[in-house]
Design a protein around this ligand. Structure first.
Ligand SMILES: Cc1cc2nc3c(=O)[nH]c(=O)nc-3n(C[C@H](O)[C@H](O)[C@H](O)COP(=O)(O)OP(=O)(O)OC[C@H]3O[C@@H](n4cnc5c(N)ncnc54)[C@H](O)[C@@H]3O)c2cc1C
Length: 430
């Protein structure tokens, strides 16, 4: 009889095949959604409206991981590799941002608790061997009966925007055939509460970011990995963020993503001054930026819809407040900015999925725009709600707190501009 692990691994293999097959189809870019995409959007929206929204305030106040909600998501197939793989396999690339927009429309903190795992999954999927993908990705999610989350740990106290400055080391111990990791990771989503931690460490500091590699460190097996202080945050408070310590943490040779042989070849090329395609953190961030933009878009849409309804109801000076151009024009601009952001997000997602190169840093464009729009729209939503907007009795202040992170993580707004300006100029703008 097949065990749960076998079943999950088989499903993972099928999913990988579906994704690989779909990559070659060269889907044309179209805004017209298929019936499948519409059905998925409606299904996720239903979960966001019926399961997430009613408990959003509660989990924000609790500031802890909403395990029961993640479990509900797992039971219906919304949390898990099969679900994620199905969304990713869509050759148009639009399903993943659509799913993210709906979830983050429901509640950003809870949605991050559900989607936070996918950054580690993206790293394993992007850099791992077939065998590593089959082994580690199912372990990132666990099963609906025994939920797990995963964590992607790149940032450090002194290496945020400047990923090349990271100091966590991975040294190979030939005597035991193990890697030995030492260092401190900062602000890791799901850090310390995950089983699977993907740790970015330097194998050769002289090579800067070209000397980095990604390692899988399972908390249940490895000694020397521990959770540091949990971070108390401005927003996304249902999502767990913490430091992670690595203290002579030993892992088997095969836990480096892609395998040691490939890593050695890559390092040798770098030492000869030859170019490698990308480094470990950057590869993960590039692929995930449009999806992160879609998350910001979800928060922004929630605030736009709520303030539109409020403005149509609320009366001052004997008329609905939307009858004042100042309010109506603000709402018109909100809708404009929302739709413009979605176009950029969908374009970048389609390009990423169909391997169209980001020649003008289109991934960064989409994340930068959607992040700024989310902060602006949620702030304007507070203004439209007036005193009510400023209180915790109404959700817009939470959405504003949640939105701000989209100017900061996965590359700050300034770093996106750096990436875009370098791409359009071909020059090393500093
Ligand atoms: C809630 C949360 C979750 C997170 N989750 C994760 C995670 O799961 N994994 C992970 O690895 N990291 C995570 N992070 C870390 C996040 O990616 C970093 O905070 C982010 O990259 C910015 O780095 P920093 O905070 O060190 O800011 P800094 O790099 O110190 O930047 C400070 C300011 O200086 C500006 N700046 C820096 N360099 C330049 C420049 N060259 N030109 C112009 N301006 C510049 C920045 O734009 C910013 O405004 C998370 C952070 C938070 C708050």
């Amino acid at each position: 009889m097949a065990t749960t692990t076998d079943v999950t691994t088989e499903a993972a293999e099928a999913a990988i095949e579906a994704i690989s097959g779909a990559a070659n189809k060269d889907a044309a870019f179209s805004m017209a959604l298929s019936q499948d995409q519409k059905d998925i959007r409606e299904w996720v929206h239903g979960f966001a409206a019926d399961v997430m929204r009613p408990v959003a305030h509660e989990w924000d106040e609790k500031e802890s991981t909403p395990w029961p909600v993640i479990q509900e998501a797992a039971k219906i197939g919304l949390y898990g590799f099969e679900g994620l793989a199905q969304f990713f396999a869509d050759p148009t690339g639009l399903t993943l941002p659509i799913v993210n927009e709906e979830l983050f429309w429901g509640d950003a903190g809870i949605a991050m608790a559900i989607m936070g795992t996918s950054l580690a999954v993206a790293a394993i999927f992007g850099q791992g061997s077939g065998e590593q993908i089959g082994e580690w990705i199912p372990r990132c999610f666990g099963t609906p009966e025994d939920i797990k989350v995963a964590s992607f740990c790149s940032s450090e106290p002194n290496a945020g925007s400047d990923v090349s400055a990271l100091r966590t080391t991975a040294k190979f111990d030939e005597a035991t055939n193990e890697w030995v990791l030492n260092g401190q990771k900062a602000w890791a989503t799901n850090g310390g509460i995950s089983d699977v931690h993907v740790i970015i460490a330097t194998v050769d500091r002289e090579l800067g970011s070209r000397g980095h590699a990604a390692f899988v460190v399972p908390m249940s097996e490895a000694k020397g990995i521990s959770e540091g202080a949990k971070v108390s945050k401005h927003g996304l408070r249902a999502s767990h963020t913490a430091d992670v310590y690595l203290d002579d943490c030993r892992i088997p040779v095969g836990y480096v993503l892609g395998g040691k042989e490939k890593l050695d070849e890559r390092l040798a090329r770098a030492r000869e001054g030859k170019k490698n395609k990308s480094n470990a953190s950057m590869a993960t961030f590039e692929a995930s930026r449009p999806v992160v933009g879609a998350q910001a878009l979800g928060i922004a849409r929630a605030a736009y819809e709520y303030s539109l309804e409020y403005a149509k109801e609320r009366e001052q000076f004997g008329k609905k407040i939307i009858e004042n151009q100042a309010i109506a024009f603000t709402l018109a601009r909100m809708k404009l900015e929302l739709d413009a952001s979605r176009l950029l997000v969908w374009r970048a997602s389609w390009m990423g999925r169909n391997q169209v190169p980001f020649e003008n840093a289109e991934g960064s464009m989409s994340k930068w725009k959607a992040g700024e729009v989310a902060v602006w729209i949620t702030e304007r939503a507070i203004q439209i709600l007036g005193g009510n907007g400023y209180t915790r009795e109404f959700p817009v202040e939470r959405w504003h707190r949640d939105a701000k992170i989209y100017d900061i993580f996965e590359g700050t707004a300034e770093i996106q501009q750096l990436v875009i300006s370098r791409a359009i100029s071909g020059m090393h703008i500093k």
